[in-house]
Every structure is written in C-alpha cells, then in structure tokens.
Design a binder for this molecule. Structure first.
Ligand SMILES: *Cc1c(COP(=O)(O)O)cnc(C)c1O
Length: 425
C-alpha cells in the first residue's frame, strides 16, 4: 500500500491542493494529512495502518461513530433498491417526518445535499418571502460556501459588502451586513433575514450570551425580518430540538446538515408552513436538486435520528464535560495554556486566550501556533483533531468512558510536548 505522502502527492496532481475541502490540507497546522483507509467507531485508520482516536468525526456528521452498524445496514439496504430516481420516495418522507416530529419550529422540511445548499436556500427563501434584500450575519459565524454569506467581518463594528474571499463579487455581498456576535443589532425594514449560529461552533465553541437569541427574535419580529438559525452543527447534536430547544427560541427557518445525514451528504431547510410554502412548486422561490432527498442519505439520516434517544444526549453531555476537565487538567499540569469550553454536548478548544470567548475579535487572539503544536503532539499520540485552531472537538456515541479516559492520558503527554514547543512541520 502506498504511503500517506505518496497518495497525497498523487492527489495533488489531480485535485487542487490534494483535498476536496480546504481545511483537510493541514495548511493551518503544517505538515501533511493522513489519508484515511477506513474507520470504525471512535477510530480512523490511515493507509499506512496507523489508527487514531478520532475527534473529527467528519466535523460532527457521524455522531454515532464511524461505520455504525445501524447506519451501514440502512445504507446497504437502501442501495440495493437503487441509489437515486428523480421521483418522490418514502425515505425522504420518513426523514422529514422525523425532523418535524422533533423540532417544533419545523412544520415543513425541504431536503437537499449540503449545509451550504441549506443556507443559500434559506437566504433566497427569506428574501423571496419578505421582498427585501438585506442580510445580517455575525462575524465568526460560518454558513458554508454561499456567496452572499462569504462576507468579511470581525473588526468589532458593523461592516457592509466586503467579499470574504476572492471570486465573490462585491455585488453578491453588497446587501450583507456583518455585525459582532452576541450583540443584538438594531434592524430596520430593509432587512430580509438575520442568520445566526445559535451556538457558534466555527470560532471555537461560543455560547450565546443571555438575551442574545431572544433579542434577535424580538428585533426580527419588530421589523418583519426572517430569523434563520443555522443549526447545521447544533441540529440533533445539542439534543432532539437543537439549540432552539435548549434556549427556547423559535426561529422562522432552520438550516440542517451534518448529523441528519448520518454521515452521507445532506442538508435541509425547515420552518413554519406559511414561510416554507413560498418554495417552488407551491411558491415563487425556486429550489430543485437532482439528488435532493437521496435515498441513501435519507436512510442513513433516519437511522441516526432513530438511534439518538435522550440517553445518548445525556451521555454526550456528561462525556463532553468529562473530556473538557481531563483536557484542562492535562494542559494545566503541563503548563500549556488552553481552555476547553463546553456548551451542552459541544466541546471546543481555545489556545492562549484568557477570558471566555464571546465574539470573533476575542476568538482571533487564539495562539494558532500553540494549537498547531498541540495538534501535532496529539497526532503523535494517536489522536486526530481537526487541523484548524477554530474547530470543535467532536465526540459522539462511540467515545465511551474508556475512550475518554484514554484521551485524557494521551493529552497529558501531548500537552507536555506542546509546552516544550517541539512543533513538527
Ligand atoms: C458545516 C457547516 C455548514 C456547511 O455545511 P456543508 O454541508 O459543509 O456545506 C454551514 N453552517 C454551519 C454552521 C456549519 O458548521
């Protein structure tokens, strides 16, 4: 079997940067990625036969752990009956019913293929429903690769219309206002929608401040704007009802992805019937997709949701707290400066920042070099974390108490190495 390096080099000859999602290239931590051969439960094994305890878990998509038997069986059974038809299926109805039954704000759900497609569809729908163009987003929130949502922000003041990446025309973000997270902006009646991660999980893990989400709800109601919760990470990870249930706020629209596909490509927009029925074919806002409601993805997603009972979430919460305290103790004893915030079942890591992070300006003071050292020290200990200093630490049903304890021991050794500053590159 060729080595990680050989396969990555060969991939680079045909795939830009050798990856199909840029963070996987290890650019922000240095070095080269392990190339995955297979995975099971809490572990991934690379093509060289090295097995890692995995804290990436497909960025949270495989909450039951890799190759969970229920998911594998559901996908195999579905595949036997054909992989895509271009006609309605019972499977998509079952998954939509499962979401509607668990998330009270979602009376209707439209299924699609990614979180990115969900956020772009929700934005189009909100603009179509209100007849307005202006979007309000929060610095440090991430909503996928949607032009209108790839606006730059984070200076601590509201900014309007600055593309956050090459290739996004100024016109695509000219109606996108980026404001600081955890501060309720004053809206006016030009605003079509406010889109927010109700728990921010792409700038470390940042809880919503008291009054933030309820303040957004009230401001949106005051000016007639649509409140969109981007629950692509938090949906079915925080609990059955997502962050909206935890904080008891009812958004107009919710974006889903990740967990609801059981590890297969998926996205969804859910919301009140009167809003959702503006989507085609009932209404004037276009949405379509060749593979939308894909039978493999809906079978996997349904199997995942059916497996996620209250006990799983209670266990996940306890394990997130336990791992947080083990990691905190490991780093503290080694003199390595890192904090491990927990919000419900979500666990984050922030290196070199004193106070709890509440917004993007604070998040950006993260010591990225320190994270890179810890990342590589953990990798050397056989623990795979996300190769970026702002990603969450994803645990799931496969991270049993034994795995958590093992992670704590490996982290103690890794923190000592990271403290000595022996970064690999
Ligand atoms: C992952 C993510 C997305 C994008 O989902 P994809 O399936 O990668 O397109 C959108 N919003 C949030 C909050 C995410 O974490």
């Amino acid at each position: 079997m060729p080595s990680n390096h050989e396969l990555f080099e060969r991939s680079k000859a045909v795939i830009p940067g050798g990856v199909n999602s840029s963070i996987r290239a290890f650019r922000s931590v240095g070095g080269e990625p392990y190339v995955v051969e297979s995975a099971a439960g809490a572990t991934v094994t690379d093509v060289e036969g090295t097995t890692y305890l995995d804290l990436v878990q497909s960025y949270g998509a495989v909450i039951l752990g890799h190759a969970h038997p229920a998911i594998t069986a559901a996908v195999s059974a579905a595949a036997t009956g054909g992989t895509s038809f271009g006609a309605p299926t019972p499977g998509e109805m079952h998954l939509a019913e499962a979401i509607v039954a668990r998330v009270p704000s979602c009376e209707r759900v439209r299924l699609m293929n990614s979180g990115t497609e969900a956020t772009s569809t929700a934005v189009r729908l909100a603009r179509g429903v209100t007849g307005r163009d202006r979007l309000v987003t929060f610095a440090g929130n991430f909503h996928g690769a949607t032009d209108a949502l790839l606006a730059a922000g984070g200076s601590g003041v509201a900014t309007l219309g600055i593309p956050g990446t090459a290739g996004v025309p100024a016109a695509a973000v000219s109606e996108t206002m980026v404001v600081p997270y955890n501060e309720v902006p004053e809206l006016d009646d030009s605003v079509a929608a406010v889109i927010v991660e109700p728990i921010a999980a792409n700038m470390g893990v940042v809880a919503p401040a008291a009054g933030f989400l309820s303040g957004l709800r009230a401001e949106c109601d005051r000016v007639g704007a649509v409140l969109i919760f981007d629950e692509v990470i938090t949906g079915f990870r925080i609990g059955h009802g997502g962050a909206q249930a935890k904080y008891d706020i009812t958004p107009d629209l919710t974006c889903f992805g990740k967990v609801i596909g059981g590890g297969l490509p998926i996205g969804a927009v859910g919301g009140r019937a009167d809003v959702m029925e503006h989507l085609s074919p009932l209404g004037p806002v276009f949405h379509a997709g060749t593979l939308a409601g894909n039978p493999l993805a809906t079978a996997a997603g349904l199997a995942a949701l059916e497996h996620l009972d209250d006990n799983v979430y209670i266990e996940l919460m306890a394990r997130a707290r336990h791992l947080s305290s083990l990691l905190r103790d490991a780093c503290a004893s080694a003199g390595f400066d890192a904090s491990f915030p927990v919000v419900g079942t979500l666990l984050g890591i922030t290196c070199g920042v004193d106070a709890p992070v509440t917004n993007f300006d604070q998040a950006k003071t993260t010591d990225e070099d320190a994270y890179a050292r810890f990342f590589h020290a953990m990798l050397a200990e056989g623990v795979a974390m996300a190769p970026g200093a702002y990603e969450a630490i994803f645990i799931g049903a496969a991270h049993t108490d034994d795995v958590i304890a093992d992670l704590g021991e490996r982290a103690a050794r890794a923190a000592a190495v990271a403290r000595r500053g022996t970064a690999q590159s």
